[in-house]
Design a protein around this ligand. Structure first.
Ligand code: RIB
Ligand code: CA
Length: 313
């Protein structure tokens, strides 16, 4: 099996970190060509530092990391320190990275990679606000038809919002960027809160991370121990929802997930419902279908995969 070439676009974030670790631990299925970083959970200077820390934690200091946009297309940046802590990666005490940032801007790296690689051979995996992806599409519209697939974490339907009553954080932060991406015509697979809220790090699962007995296992346990507070307090959840690793797991074992090919539009005009993913799950409109919108996950299978792969690092 030829590994799938991917670019991870991310705003680490503890769950982003686990998604990156899972990708870097799975070379049979995934070739991480580069990691592009965006402002989101915390400002860009922290998200880019966190991305480099995670690559070193994975023992992959050769990973190419590119800094991208430090603010959304239109709105001011909204961050989520209340969930991820002031560093964005609270929990483990990870050393400052030696791994240097690449000089090229993330947006230009995305464009150049898609233009250089054969059409239909590169998958984009956005795990944060879609600002970098949208700017790349605006700057180089020709890349849309060269994208193999966009597999992203964002949005919600039955689960509604986690940052407002109507919107999930990644889409809420930059709804104009999300509208560009969902309208670009590339194949899109969406991991919404409807799925990620079923991927909870319960105590037995957190204990299993610790039982791996490696620095990676311990760091992941400490990350999820920290960022579970928000969801436990708000939803009464049994543990932290591993939002972003659902994207990576889908690339490795898509059969863990199920959903529908439907129309998804993004609300950009209303202050009340800004960033809402209006998902036509029941097919009540004749709007063109544009996204493979996931609705369910085999959570036990997901965590078995995660534990097995993290133990490799
Ligand atoms: O709403 C959850 C998403 O927002 C995740 O990607 C998390 O890392 C934050 O970016
Ligand atoms: Ca994220």
């Amino acid at each position: 099996m030829t590994p799938r070439k991917i670019i991870i676009d991310t705003d680490p974030g503890q769950d982003d970190a686990v998604a990156i670790l899972l990708a870097l631990a799975s070379p049979e299925e995934i070739e991480v060509m580069g990691i592009t970083v965006v402002a989101g959970n915390v400002p860009l200077d922290l998200t880019q530092t966190n991305a480099r820390k995670v690559c070193e934690l994975a023992g992959k200091p050769e990973t190419l990391v590119f800094a991208g946009c430090d603010h959304p297309l239109v709105h001011r940046l909204v961050t989520a320190e209340h969930v991820h802590g002031e560093t964005g990666l609270n929990g483990p005490d990870l050393p400052d990275p030696d791994l240097a940032l690449q000089d090229q801007h993330a947006v230009d790296y995305i464009i150049d990679t898609l233009r250089h690689e054969a059409p239909g051979t590169v998958t984009l995996c956005p795990l944060g606000p879609l600002t970098n992806i949208a700017l790349a599409l605006r700057k180089a519209p020709d890349i849309a038809e060269r994208i193999q697939e966009i597999v992203l974490m964002g949005g919600a339907y039955f689960e509604v919002g986690n940052i407002t009553p109507a919107a999930e954080f990644n889409i809420y932060v930059d709804p104009e960027a999300a509208a560009v991406v969902f309208g670009c015509g590339a194949p899109i697979t969406v991991m919404p809160l409807d799925v990620t809220h079923k991927a909870l790090v319960t105590k037995p699962r957190n204990d299993a991370f610790r039982a791996i007995g490696t620095p990676v296992g311990m760091a992941v346990a400490e990350m999820t121990d920290f960022f579970e507070r928000f969801d436990k307090e708000k939803y009464g959840s049994e543990g932290a929802p591993l939002h972003d690793p659902c994207v990576t797991a889908y690339l490795i074992r898509p059969e863990l997930f199920s959903g529908r090919f439907i129309n998804v539009e993004i609300e950009t005009g209303s202050a009340l419902t800004r960033g809402m993913t209006v998902a036509d799950w029941w097919g009540v409109t004749d709007r063109p279908k544009n996204a493979n919108f996931m609705g369910d996950i085999d959570a036990d299978g997901f965590f078995s995969l995660l534990e097995e792969r993290l133990a490799r690092l």
